[in-house]
Design a protein around this ligand. Structure first.
Ligand SMILES: [Zn+2]
Length: 533
């Protein structure tokens, strides 16, 4: 009632009010002049976190979501306190401990997450889609999803990738800290003893990305090397996510993303894409430079302690779990003072300014960082503080809801849509297995793929990497290609798959595109840097 009588008066008085005021604020808006309550804004959002390593606790420690937190970061009580709507539980297989058993361990971790949903059906729902998250939210339930962290879990097999999708996996981080046989990791890219690809992805690696696009599995570029990052963005038909990554401009970790990479994620996907999202990692060692420097100083001592423990267990014939390694790391971490809460907000704010407020979200890495989190940030119960801090910096209620989960939902929707489109196309013949001898360089022409599928911005993006220019196809450098009869591009498929198009001619010179780093973003809505009010 009050609104109805007040509104015409407001409309009548508004022009006069505006004309008599000096233009102090650039965007005076009667709807936004009344600052909404941060707690109410937080409660109104579907809050989504894209990375928690709690699955190991479920499996190795028999931790139940109904238990007290203990040394961990995530349980039902904190989920409810912080209005966490959906969590992507990370299915992460430690590559050294579980060598030879990657798929076995992957399946056990997936099952461990599903068991939690089965144990708490009144509070937890295992879901596999955007609609599932929304449906669980309406039913006041916590949505549990799964993402695989580390492409080594597929053991070089698209069959395993498809079966993981069938089990509900909805993103895959192409690598963890270890390079695998088809993609390179930022974790070992400087280690000359590890074989790496020449282009960031092998031919099979490109087929993995294609198959993920086709299935509707989000492509996660957290952890990958810079070269793998750029190569993936040229190939992927769907926008990509970084499930748990921070900004390199604020903390110089190789695992963090440069400003150019942040902008590139915002432009990822096809020409009509609204772009991907960077979900900010809460790990102190990625957020605070001074914390990171202190860590580096104690690193040799800590590595030795972990190695000693591994040797001891090996000598005794016992199995070492991640939790036991984690305990050693915690003891060292506790010697360094925690950075202030504001460092997390600095990263969110930086990414929103560089890539746009439509391209940032939350990827906590809870239960995966040995408790090394900023002050006052220990569980989802602390999430409302993020909303309050963002609003204190001038972010609107709508901006906050995007950051808290809306952006991830938008990307998930688009990934599902791209999957439908690809499944309606003729399916190209793709490699099912990574060849046993890892090819070090495979040249191919991307020209046909680029001309048909990629926007000018994405083409420019590919030029920002330091990749070698596509060169003439050389069958001798590519044993697998000898078994494949050359095809004319587009002879029987509507979508010329990037590495199916074998041109006998050298590719045409790349169009003279400006560097993405130097070019202002051209997509208006989602690419515009936010102006905190
Ligand atoms: Zn990780």
């Amino acid at each position: 009632m009050r609104v109805r009588t007040f509104f015409p008066i407001l409309l009548f008085a508004l022009p006069a009010l505006l004309s008599t005021q000096t233009p102090v604020k650039p965007h005076p808006s009667p709807m936004k002049s009344k600052t909404p309550n941060a707690a109410a804004v937080h409660q109104s959002a579907i809050v989504i976190d894209t990375h928690a390593d709690t699955a190991q606790r479920f499996l190795d420690e028999h931790f139940d979501l109904a238990d007290p937190l203990g040394s961990g970061n995530l349980n039902l009580e904190s989920i409810h306190q912080g209005n966490l709507g959906a969590e992507f539980f990370s299915i992460w297989v430690e590559p050294t401990l579980y060598k030879g058993q990657y798929s076995h361990r992957t399946l056990e971790l997936i099952d461990a997450v599903k068991q939690q949903a089965a144990k708490h059906p009144d509070q937890v729902e295992f879901v596999t889609s955007l609609e599932g998250i929304e449906q669980a939210h309406r039913a006041h339930k916590f949505a549990a999803l799964i993402g695989i962290e580390g492409g080594h879990s597929i053991e070089d097999s698209l069959a395993l990738l498809r079966q993981y999708y069938a089990l509900g996996v909805r993103y895959m981080t192409l690598t963890w800290s270890n390079s695998n046989n088809w993609a390179d990791s930022s974790g070992d890219i400087d280690d000359a003893s590890i074989p790496h690809t020449a282009e960031g992805l092998t031919e099979f690696g490109k087929d993995v990305v294609y198959e993920m696009n086709r299935l509707g599995m989000m492509v996660d570029i957290s952890h990958v090397s810079d070269r793998t990052f750029y190569r993936t963005l040229v190939i992927s038909r769907a926008p990509v996510i970084a499930s748990h990554s921070a900004a390199r401009a604020l903390c110089n970790a190789p695992r963090n993303m440069t400003d150019d990479m942040l902008r590139a994620v915002a432009r990822s996907g096809g020409p009509n894409s609204k772009g991907g999202v960077v979900q900010v990692n809460f790990y102190s060692g990625f957020l605070s430079q001074s914390y990171r420097d202190a860590q580096k100083a104690q690193e040799p001592e800590m590595k030795k302690a972990v190695q000693d423990l591994k040797d001891k267990y090996k000598a005794e014939g016992k199995e070492l779990t991640y939790a036991e390694i984690d305990e050693v790391q915690r003891q060292f971490a506790n010697r360094i003072p925690r950075p202030p809460f504001s460092v997390l907000i600095d990263h969110i704010d930086h990414i929103a300014k560089v890539a746009g407020v439509d391209h940032v979200g939350l990827g906590s890495d809870f239960d995966g960082v040995s408790g090394q989190l900023p002050e006052g940030l220990d569980s989802p119960a602390d999430f409302p503080k993020i909303t309050a801090a963002l609003m204190a910096r001038g972010y609107s209620a709508e901006d906050c809801r995007k950051i808290l989960g809306g952006n991830l939902l938008r990307v998930f929707r688009e990934v599902q849509q791209v999957s439908k489109e690809l499944q309606a196309e003729d399916r190209p013949r793709i490699t099912e297995k990574q060849p046993a001898n890892k090819p070090q360089y495979q040249s191919y022409s991307e020209s046909a793929f680029r001309s048909v599928n990629l926007s000018a911005q994405t083409q420019a993006l590919s030029k920002t990497s330091t990749l070698p220019a596509p060169s003439r196809s050389n069958p001798r450098s590519c044993p697998r290609k000898r078994t494949r009869a050359p095809r004319k591009a587009g002879s029987h498929r509507r979508f010329p798959h990037p590495h199916a198009a074998q041109s006998p001619e050298p590719p045409p010179p790349a169009p003279n595109l400006p560097s993405a780093a130097a070019t202002p973003l051209q997509r208006p809505a989602h690419a515009a840097p936010v102006q905190p009010r």
